[in-house]
Design a protein around this ligand. Structure first.
Ligand SMILES: Cc1cc2nc3c(=O)[nH]c(=O)nc-3n(C[C@H](O)[C@H](O)[C@H](O)COP(=O)(O)OP(=O)(O)OC[C@H]3O[C@@H](n4cnc5c(N)ncnc54)[C@H](O)[C@@H]3O)c2cc1C
Length: 479
């Protein structure tokens, strides 16, 4: 039987951030993830904004952790080689009613200690964002709202954790947790049992199911769907900052912002569902985005859409971010209600949980050889011609462009496959490198990526998957 000090259930942003944090200590940490790849569920389908926490409910744990997390991203993203930009956000008011809400929103930001929020006049807003509805009356500027590559954030956190000794069991579902004399002893998985002193439930949408294994499901989780459009990089109407609507009680509302790679992101909806697997998009949802966003940016050109997607927020009932330890259940930490700001908060949640475990008696000695640095796969599209030439001289496969839309080379794909916790599927390559994320959505590079995966992994093309088992893309030769 495998032995661990800590087992983390779930390798989304939260589980991966916690794995990296715990890898700073002399601990045997194992992460159990039911999906075949890293990156979680919600963590790979969100707005990709690193929030400041200006609009969180003051005094809550969520506010504390989001506000604390935001400043960590400058150093973290440099150390882990993750694309990140502090582009700032605008919260424009277009009606008298919205305008009257601005002082209260600014006060909320002050209560959350986000002191750099400023009021701008309508004229000032139009000067920085000329595509705003000209009826704008004034608004707030939140300078540290930022954008990130959410896929690479999770992958980089996990890769760095693995390089520092954490073991990841991918494609492995936690099916039960054994408790003896009021303490967790064993995590049961589809790949066998793991003896452990601590278990952290970071299972996102399914955290209620996992909490049920130890009798701590005093809440339940429902999915709150968010649908999005992604527009072409050359779309006719762009914005340079994150344009946020005045929030409502249910949602932060539908926004428009650039992605870290220069597309425009428009959405999301907020639809309460029961089915935790329903990631479809639909006409009603997409039309509601169009109607709402056009009130802020009338010329948004949705005909430039290159794809649509949706993600599921883990809505806790009753709601709120909760991090629980229990007097009657030693060694168990339950995370729930990581909902709309969890990508941002993940790195602060990781520190909070680690501290909670150490305070609670977990023996943890700092490692002397923790390496905080991860060198990512070279991003060929962003290199100068001289840098490209140097790379090709070292490895000619960098001279072979596979994805024309996003300028991804064979050399990059090989690196992404062979590095720590490397890509095993077409989506794995896509999320690590963007091959297939451009305007042709993989129409050109898809077959070539399959070919490279097949060659590098030593499997037949028919065995290459899009993502999870059962998603094989080829059935055989037609002639
Ligand atoms: C539409 C939308 C927009 C959002 N926008 C933002 C934003 O702009 N900024 C922001 O900060 N946050 C945003 N969020 C929230 C953020 O994406 C989530 O809060 C965050 O990703 C949650 O991370 P997680 O690790 O808790 O969950 P997940 O990413 O869902 O990861 C949980 C993991 O646990 C695994 N798992 C579950 N059960 C088991 C089991 N039994 N055994 C093994 N593994 C298991 C799952 O497979 C999954 O990989 C948004 C969310 C959505 C849906």
């Amino acid at each position: 039987m495998k032995q661990a000090d800590v087992v983390i259930i779930g390798a989304g942003a939260v589980g991966s951030a916690l794995a990296r944090e715990l890898s700073k200590y002399e601990l045997k940490v194992i992460v159990v993830e039911k999906n075949e790849d890293l990156g979680g569920d919600s963590s790979k389908s969100n707005s990709a904004i690193i929030h400041t926490g200006y609009d969180a409910k003051p005094g809550t744990l969520e506010s504390q952790l989001v506000v604390a997390a935001n400043p960590m991203y400058d150093k973290l993203t440099k150390d882990l080689d993750v694309p990140f930009k502090r582009i700032g956000a605008l919260l424009p008011a277009f009606t008298e009613e919205q305008f009257e809400q601005l002082p209260a929103l600014k006060h909320k930001a002050m209560m959350n200690r986000v002191y750099d929020v400023e009021y701008l006049t309508g004229e000032q807003l139009l000067a920085v964002e000329p595509n705003l509805n000209p009826e704008v009356k004034g608004g707030l500027y939140i300078p540290r709202e930022s954008i990130i590559d959410p896929f690479l954030l999770c992958i980089a956190l996990a890769e760095n954790a693995a390089d520092n000794g954490v073991e990841f069991l991918l494609g492995t579902k936690c099916t039960g947790i054994k408790v003896e004399e009021g303490a967790v002893t064993t995590v049961q998985t589809t790949a066998g049992d793991i003896a452990t002193k601590y278990v952290v439930n970071a299972a996102g949408l399914y955290c209620d199911e996992v909490a049920g294994y130890v009798g701590k499901a005093d809440y339940y989780v429902t999915p709150r769907k968010g649908q999005f459009y992604i527009l072409d990089k050359n779309t006719s109407c762009k914005v340079g900052m994150i344009i946020l609507p005045i929030p409502t009680k249910v949602t932060k509302g539908k926004l428009m912002c650039p992605t870290i790679h220069g597309n425009m992101l428009v959405g999301p909806t907020a639809e309460d569902l029961l089915d935790k697997t329903d990631k479809s998009t639909n006409v009603a949802g997409l039309e509601s985005i169009a109607a709402d966003v056009r009130k802020m940016i009338p010329n948004v050109n949705l005909r430039d859409t290159i794809t649509q997607y949706s993600g599921l927020r883990a809505q806790r009932n009753p709601e709120g971010l909760n991090i629980d330890v229990y007097d009657d259940l030693k060694g168990y930490v339950n995370l729930s209600g990581v909902r709309s700001t969890g990508l941002t908060a993940s790195v602060a949640i990781a520190k909070y949980v680690t501290d909670l475990m150490i305070e609670g008696g977990m023996k943890a000695t700092f490692k002397t050889n923790f390496n905080p640095i991860r060198h990512g796969t070279p991003r060929f599209a962003e290199l100068s011609n001289e840098e490209r030439a140097a790379l090709i001289a070292k490895d000619p496969r960098y001279g072979n462009i596979v994805c024309r839309c996003e300028t991804v080379t064979e050399g990059q794909i090989c690196d992404a496959i062979h590095r720590t916790l490397g890509a095993r599927s077409v989506d794995g390559v896509k999320r690590r490198l963007r091959a297939g994320m451009g305007r042709c959505q993989g129409g050109f590079c898809g077959p070539r990526v399959i070919e490279i995966l097949s060659r590098e992994l030593g499997i037949s093309p028919e065995e290459v998957r899009k993502n999870e088992p059962g998603s094989e893309m080829l059935t055989g030769n037609v002639r």
